[in-house]
Write a protein that binds this ligand. Structure first.
Ligand code: FE2
Length: 334
């Protein structure tokens, strides 16, 4: 090996070391793949149906595109039958919608999506169109039935509850009780009512697991301060006992403001659920956790959130006339 080749080799090695030490530069090594069984009630209906769950992609300048494509390749490697994505596809603008379309189009399995608060802040309709262009089906207060081999599975998607767009009655319209069903909702607390309506497993996001989970800081930030009952991971019950349902809150892929993620639970995540498999049949990352106390948002809070969507929409229209304007990277994080 010549001297210049050696120097070049050392340079590459140093660069790798620096990347490893830099918490702002994420690679696939910062992802966690978690695997769980589905609810017991699916055992009589389904056999070997694998669902991949992604959430909070936040395609934009805060999250490197290599992270997005890492998430896609890990999802594809798991060979899911169906992929569900529970909202927050963008950050604050429509600048990266073509990237979002490309990311979604790289997913091999059928994709079902519902929107999050950031999608409504940035403009729900253009986000919806970008997802559809990428091949996803957007279930905003809607449901559909898919066929996997000889098995049928219903998917119900609730639009974002944070900004006041969730309409449970509309979402559940026509749902069959004799077929298995899974749910998607950006806000996990909506699962409580979906369980009552016969949806035994709901996939959610929004919290990013708090992004910093050392010293249980996420329980303070997401639980006590933001008032969430469900912070990260599996809650409820997959058995026949009460509550008659479970919710999985994914840690997410991206971020809208600060990319920092500290702590095991805060790692970027792709989760797989084996439907038609008995809970306990294989090692899972954790069992169902107890819900936190949580706090139901007041009417005033709900009005403030709905007003924020209107204000952002008006600001976009004022700025560009065509809704393509707000810069990416300012505002809230989850
Ligand atoms: Fe988010």
């Amino acid at each position: 090996m010549g001297r210049s080749a050696t120097i070049e080799g050392l340079r590459k090695f140093r660069k790798t070391l620096l990347r490893e030490r830099d918490p702002w530069h994420d690679t696939s090594r910062r992802f966690r793949i978690r695997r769980f069984a589905g609810p017991e009630c699916f055992l009589e209906h389904l056999d070997g149906v694998r669902v991949a769950h992604l959430t909070d992609l936040h395609v934009g300048r805060v999250t490197p595109m290599e992270v997005q494509y890492d998430a896609v390749s890990m999802t594809n490697a798991g060979k899911p039958d169906v992929v569900v994505i529970s909202g927050d596809f963008v950050c604050h603008s429509q600048v990266y919608l073509h990237d979002l379309t490309d990311v979604i189009s790289q997913i091999d399995a059928p994709v079902f999506a519902s929107l999050g608060n950031h999608d409504h802040w940035a403009g729900a309709e253009p986000v919806r169109k970008a997802l559809i262009r990428g091949g996803a089906e957007v279930l905003d207060n809607a449901n559909t039935t898919i066929t996997i081999g000889h098995q049928r599975l219903q998917v119900v998607g609730l639009d974002d509850a944070y900004t006041g767009h969730a309409d449970r009655r509309e979402a559940l319209k026509g749902l069959r009780r004799d077929l298995p069903v899974i749910g998607i909702s950006h806000i996990a607390e909506e699962a409580d009512a979906l369980w009552e309506a016969g949806v035994p497993i709901v996939f959610s996001g929004h919290t990013h697991a708090g992004q910093v989970t050392v010293a249980r800081l996420h329980e303070l930030s997401v639980g006590k301060l933001a008032g969430h009952k469900y912070i990260h991971g599996l809650y409820g019950s997959r058995g026949a006992q009460d509550p008659k349902g479970a919710v999985y809150v994914g840690a997410g892929v991206g971020a809208a403001v600060v990319p920092l993620r500290l702590g095991e639970r805060a790692k970027r995540e792709v989760a797989f659920f084996e439907l038609g498999t008995q809970p306990g049949a294989f090692d899972e990352h954790h069992q169902e956790q107890d819900a936190h106390q949580g706090r139901v948002p007041s009417l005033k809070t709900k009005e403030r959130r709905a007003e924020a969507v209107r204000r952002k929409h008006e600001r976009r229209e004022r700025k560009n006339g065509d809704g393509n304007g707000a810069g990416d990277g300012a505002g809230f994080n989850s």
